[in-house]
Design a protein around this ligand. Structure first.
Ligand SMILES: *Cc1c(COP(=O)(O)O)cnc(C)c1O
Length: 406
């Protein structure tokens, strides 16, 4: 109880809150989840249309995943990566198949604990592969790649950089979906490009297939790695297993995390075997990455996702949700792929509110989503969301939008 009240009711007492002030005071506390629903300590229900942030793609407390975690916890939690464990190879093989399709076996996987760590692995791999003098990673303005110092510099949002200068050397940015600008950014020092297929944190901005195909050609001509950050888009979210599969290209490196564990922390970096060969024993390591508990969860997640054809669900439910959102008064446009959607609102319906104010009112009304720009909301429900739940969510959003600033 005291944790609850400390976190919930201590605005002027922030100094006494035991949590660092990186997130601002939480508006609500959640104590339980089931499928698309979350519950606060008073038993109030919330429809979760954010899924962590595209993490719980199978919904909360999925029974198969919960059972796999519980059984593994009773069996073996952890041993060092100096020794083998049961699930790593199988999960890596499944990831390889989902990425390479008929071309599998094609690549190798390094397991980490988060999206930023998966990207750190990719950046180190690019440097080792490129060799001295060929180490620069080019990413897009408005991109998001994580909060460690290196992935923060890869993140194309200068306002997030300022307080933490100097950032690690070796990063450069070019304009999203602008092939000429990327071509201008390339020289002998560039080892790799790092790009999201759909920019998530940057506003739900889908990549243009022609842009990605042009980048693939540039990379082939100049001997540069094309690395895609699928941390938010991976595992069916966009209607395909990976977002790059909409772009008509084959990447050299793929990073992933969020949905892979359905809430259990796990990240992974896949690379074509000939690229992965740049790493030798001792080049990279992690204490927890790939440990039995998280790989047991990932194994269950991938089995469930394959058995329900998660990408197909994202396509069907995504198109239904998109149509229903587009029909709402005040919605100018819905962008994104599958069940990763940005909803652009017009000035009239906003009525002086920012999208985050609308999101806060939705939360009060029992709907979880977030403001992704000043004028757009982001929705990322579980891929298992039902048509009824979509109707409830759209109804709640409609009521908040028509309710004005109250
Ligand atoms: C969330 C995210 C990350 C960072 O993942 P963490 O697990 O928070 O470190 C990196 N890239 C993208 C595209 C993301 O959405």
């Amino acid at each position: 109880m005291s944790t609850h009240s400390e976190q919930m009711h201590a605005p002027e007492g922030m100094a006494r809150c035991p949590i660092m002030p990186t997130y601002g005071p939480p508006p609500v506390m959640f104590v339980r989840g089931e499928g698309s629903w979350l519950f606060d300590p008073d038993g109030k229900k919330y429809l979760d249309f954010l899924s962590g942030l595209a993490v719980t793609s199978l919904g909360h407390a999925h029974p198969t995943v919960a059972l796999a975690i519980a059984e593994q916890a009773r069996t073996l939690l952890h041993v060092s990566n100096l020794y083998g464990t049961e699930h790593q190879a199988g999960v890596a093989r499944t990831i390889d198949t989902l990425i390479a399709g008929e071309a599998a076996p094609r690549g190798q996987v390094f397991f980490a604990n988060s999206g930023a760590e998966a990207n750190e692995c990719a950046i180190k791999l690019a440097r080792k592969w490129g060799g001295r003098g060929k180490h620069v990673v080019v990413s897009a303005w408005r991109s998001f790649h994580g909060r460690t110092l290196a992935t923060l510099h890869a993140t194309g949002q200068p306002e997030k950089h300022e307080a933490f200068q100097p950032l690690p050397e070796g990063f450069r940015h070019a304009s999203w979906n602008d092939l000429d600008d990327f071509a201008r950014a390339l020289d002998e020092s560039v080892a790799a490009l790092l790009l999201e297929p759909v920019q998530g944190e940057g506003g739900v901005n889908p990549g243009d297939p022609a842009f990605f195909q042009g980048l693939r050609e540039l990379c082939d001509e100049r001997g540069i790695l094309l690395m895609v950050d699928e941390v938010q888009t991976g595992f069916g979210r966009t209607g395909k297993w990976f977002g790059f599969q909409h772009m008509g290209i084959e990447p050299d490196v793929v990073t992933m995390a969020k949905a892979l564990g359905n809430g259990m922390p796990i990240g992974a970096c896949w690379a074509k075997a000939e690229v992965a060969a740049a790493f030798q024993p001792g080049d990279h390591a992690t204490t927890y990455g790939g440990q039995p508990l998280s790989t047991a969860a990932a194994r269950a997640v991938l089995q469930v996702m394959q058995s329900i054809d998660a990408p197909a669900l994202a396509t069907q439910r995504g198109s239904s949700l998109t149509k229903k959102l587009e029909a709402l008064p005040g919605v100018i446009g819905v962008r994104g792929l599958g069940l990763l959607l940005g909803v652009e609102l017009d000035a009239e319906v906003l009525g002086g509110r920012l999208a985050r104010d609308v999101a806060a009112q939705c939360l009060d009304a029992g709907l979880v989503l977030n403001g992704i720009t000043n004028t757009a909301l982001r929705l990322a429900p579980a891929l298992t969301v039902s048509e009824d739940e979509i109707d409830v969510a759209v109804g709640l959003l409609a009521a908040v939008l028509s309710g004005g600033t109250s």
